[in-house]
Design a protein around this ligand. Structure first.
Ligand code: SAH
Ligand code: SF4
Length: 407
């Protein structure tokens, strides 16, 4: 059982809601979620739809899947009944199973979703977090189950990589959150839910959940291009932020091919310390990372890079660190996001004292940078930055082979 459930049990304020499970059928039909329009057309071709109808039919499906948010072909009323039946026989559009939905006292929600194996061993579980604020609702989306990297302050880093999520699984987190919040047309928002008072309930996406998105570039790109498609989910690319620990060779492509906003998990201003906190630094050091940032397509004062900096007591929080930070980022249009360290069981760091964080922020502010201190959200349900981890484990090869042999 996931660690999150135990935490919620200890906390009388956290609410855990077990939602009805809608499990994908065992025969695992191929999914239509996450396919490009062209791929949707080709999929239709496999069930006998003539090529001259592909575009039109793909547009219809696109609308139902991403604007209306339906998860059942029967609801696609402008598609003929016999075609709907054929689609249902051949393809899946169901949502993942909700293992748990936890609601924090501050309105933050965390879901644990279970995705079917899709030919990749056994089912996997991932966490997705919704953070409502005045005027916006941010969804923190996972890109991998576990992580290959081992940043020493991050809980996800203690979970070995199980596998990359597919484009379908990345998108499904968005679709599912919108469904649960009632963010589709004609859908109801659950009573008492804390959501922005106006506008879209999920207005912003941050790829800051479990995993390193740039180690799953193709699937993340595919999912984000669908999420930002103007005739579908229609999330503005300026409201989609991808956070990376510093996979330098993929940074340019992120701007060029996805065009979303970029966040960098910086956390240290000297290579010796960053080598420890964010070990990928040993491969691509600060100089290489900042060079890549300077070349980020579209970078300007209107489109700044966010530098995330976790505040670790006595480790990276001195005034000298703040001054070096300002010096290091000179010339890069940047925002600095100070993140109070969120502890997790077994973590070896402490969060800097509040006065220290404020003094650090003052130095950064005086140098002309906006440096909001990120208010920890959903700590009572273990949903804050760096606290995510699911119980999924990588299967041993022997067990995987045994499963494949059964097929
Ligand atoms: N792998 C990507 C995205 C996921 S982490 C990355 O590292 O950027 C999202 C953010 O939370 C990162 O900036 C990460 O460094 C930060 N983080 C990780 N563990 C944390 C913790 N315990 N407390 C506060 N922030 C943490
Ligand atoms: Fe992975 Fe990001 Fe956590 Fe580092 S901070 S271990 S890259 S999820």
């Amino acid at each position: 059982m996931a660690i999150t459930l135990d935490i919620a049990r200890d906390n009388p304020n956290a609410q855990t809601v077990s939602a009805a499970a809608r499990i994908l059928p065992a025969d695992e039909k191929p999914t239509l979620i996450g396919l490009s329009r062209e791929e949707l057309g080709e999929a239709l071709g496999t069930i006998g739809v003539p090529p001259k109808q592909w575009r039109m039919r793909a547009s219809q499906l696109w609308h139902w899947l991403y604007v209306r948010g339906v998860s059942d072909f029967a609801q696609m009323t402008n598609i003929a009944k016999d075609l709907r039946a054929k689609l249902d026989e051949s393809f899946a559009i169901e949502r993942p199973e909700i293992v748990s939905e936890q609601i924090s006292v501050d309105g933050t929600r965390k879901w644990l979703f279970r995705f079917p194996p899709r030919g990749a061993g056994r089912p996997v579980e991932v966490e997705t977090v919704y953070i409502p604020e005045e005027g916006r609702g941010t969804l923190c989306v996972s890109s991998q189950v576990g992580c290959t990297l081992t940043c020493t302050f991050c809980h996800t880093g203690t979970q070995k990589l199980v596998r990359n999520l597919t484009a379908e699984e990345i998108l499904s987190q968005i679709l599912m959150a919108r469904e649960r919040l009632g963010d589709f047309p004609q859908a109801d928002t659950p009573q008492g839910a804390i959501v922005p008072s106006e506008g879209r309930l999920v207005s912003n996406i941050v790829m800051m959940g479990m995993g390193e998105p740039l180690y799953n570039f193709d699937n993340v790109k595919k999912a984000l291009l669908i999420a930002s498609d103007g005739e579908g989910l229609s999330l503005s690319k300026r409201r989609i932020t991808l956070s990376t620990s510093g996979v330098v060779p993929e940074i340019f492509r992120t701007g060029d091919e996805i065009g979303c906003m970029l966040a960098i998990s910086l956390h240290a201003v000297r290579d010796e310390l960053r080598d420890v906190l964010v070990p990928i630094n040993k491969k691509w050091n600060l100089e290489a990372l900042l060079d890549a940032c300077r070349q980020y397509p579209g970078l300007s004062n209107a489109k700044r890079i966010t530098f995330e900096y976790v505040m670790l007591k006595g480790v990276n929080d001195s005034n000298k660190d703040a001054l070096d930070l300002v010096r290091l980022l000179k010339g890069i249009p940047a925002k600095i996001n100070l993140i109070p360290f969120n502890p997790w069981p077994g973590s070896e760091y402490e969060c800097s004292d509040w006065e220290r964080i404020e003094e650090f922020a003052d130095i950064v502010n005086r140098a002309g940078y906006a440096s909001p201190i990120r208010t920890p959200r959903g700590r009572d349900i273990f949903a804050a930055c760096g606290q995510l981890k699911s119980a999924s484990e990588r299967m041993r090869k022997k067990d995987r082979d045994a499963l494949t042999a059964q097929d």
